[in-house]
Design a protein. Sequence first.
Length: 341
Amino acid sequence: MNDREKTYWRRFAAEAAHLGSPLYESLSLAVDEDPVLKALAARARPGQPHANLLFAAVHFLLLRGAQHPLRNFYATLGGTERGDAFPAFRDFVAAHWNQVAALVETRVTNTNEVARSCVLRAGFVALAQREPAPLQLIEIGPSAGLNMIWDRYGMRYRRDDAVVMEIAPDAPLVLDCELKGEIMPPLSPPPAIAGRIGLERNPVDLSDPDDRDWLRALVWPDQPQRLDRLDRAIALHRRSPPEILHGDALALLPDVLARMPPHDAVCVYHTIAVYQFSDAMKERLTAILTEAGHRCPLWHLSFEFDQTDYALTLTRHHDGLAQPHMLAVAQAHGGWISWRS
């Protein structure tokens, strides 16, 4: 058990370093040596990542106005202090133990990183090049649904500090994405969207201040630009929220697929959500898609970690056959994409 925990916290530290969060990198390494804090984080629900919950619980309380010197290390709260934040972090947890524990035990990690929409757009355009019919989009694990409205955002794709494509530059939120590699991903024209629906066990109610602030707390506090774009995306979403069904996605999906119009192209998609599925759940998802593919061609767009990279993969299910095609690799938060197709 202890070896697994140590591997987990050091792995999270490496991921935080890779994604540009020195604060969470250093805190993760320190928590790895603190059995009391590790035990607190382990009170999370089964399958929930301990680090995200512990760190978000602290961030949530600070966003809600808790006063403590730890605020000085959190750029999302105006902090500018650098250096070792762990003594302040541990002191804060000790002072707010019951509140932190309650959040760790009851909340889930339903992060909604809207910059992943830059990656999704390329995937949907690639799908439309293969299947010209209007798309019926079904997202598994959409959280609040911010990546369901990917086509409401402006996007700015850069290569070597030069803008190579701008999409809706006057939109209320413009997302930036760096292009890596030699191949230009397909980014336009946008596909026609016939409908969209989300399937979420723990949907985020953006009209509820608790839910909204928890979503904000999941943003890493030394990355204030992510919090700013999240707030802008929330404002856009609340103007016209997409439909999200509350329940087990695997229980809901067969009926939703059965209701899809036969003349439209159906695409089931998800972004860094299926990692929380057990092996049995992943097999069940594949079985559902395979079965639906017997009735008509079905598309599956996946942006998940494949043990090597965060890969964008498009799979066509038809007549019992699955034809996967890796389109790209990308940064987990959508900061860059490298097209491989």
